[in-house]
Design a binder for this molecule. Structure first.
Ligand code: HEC
Length: 99
């Protein structure tokens, strides 16, 4: 009985680790499409704003404003429409963690 519970606990924590690794890989894939303009991992080489180190709140808020047209944009409007709210949240977290 006792051992069963331990086995289940080990299995569940293994599955959570797998899920976290998968999410990390997915967000890196999503974020890589921003690199063409915003630089590798959000380190812009000029012309576009750097995304690295932006607060999650600022990131999400800018994209929200671009989506609604409150903030005028040239190209971001085309990109932002291609992502779900959850994908934007994941990328906000990813870029906020870049030094
Ligand atoms: C084709 C070039 C291009 C690509 C690709 C691109 N961006 Fe942008 N981004 C811009 C430009 C230019 C701006 C400035 C606003 C505008 O003119 O649209 C901007 C602005 C932003 C801002 C606002 C930053 C601030 O501090 O004001 C965020 C956040 C952002 N982009 C996120 C992303 C994300 C996330 C991706 C990838 C999913 C991405 N961008 C892909 C060109 C691009």
């Amino acid at each position: 009985m006792y051992w069963n519970k331990i086995a289940v606990a080990i299995f569940l924590s293994f599955m959570l680790t797998v899920a976290a690794a998968e999410e990390q890989r997915n967000v890196e894939l999503l974020a890589s499409s921003c690199a063409a303009c915003h630089g590798t991992r959000g380190h812009s080489v000029g012309g576009t704003p750097s995304l690295a180190g932006l607060s999650e709140h600022h990131f999400i808020e800018q994209l929200r404003q671009i989506k609604t047209g409150e903030r005028p944009s040239t190209v971001m409007i085309h990109h932002v429409n291609g992502y779900t709210g959850n994908e934007i949240k994941l990328m906000a977290k990813f870029f906020s963690r870049q030094k």
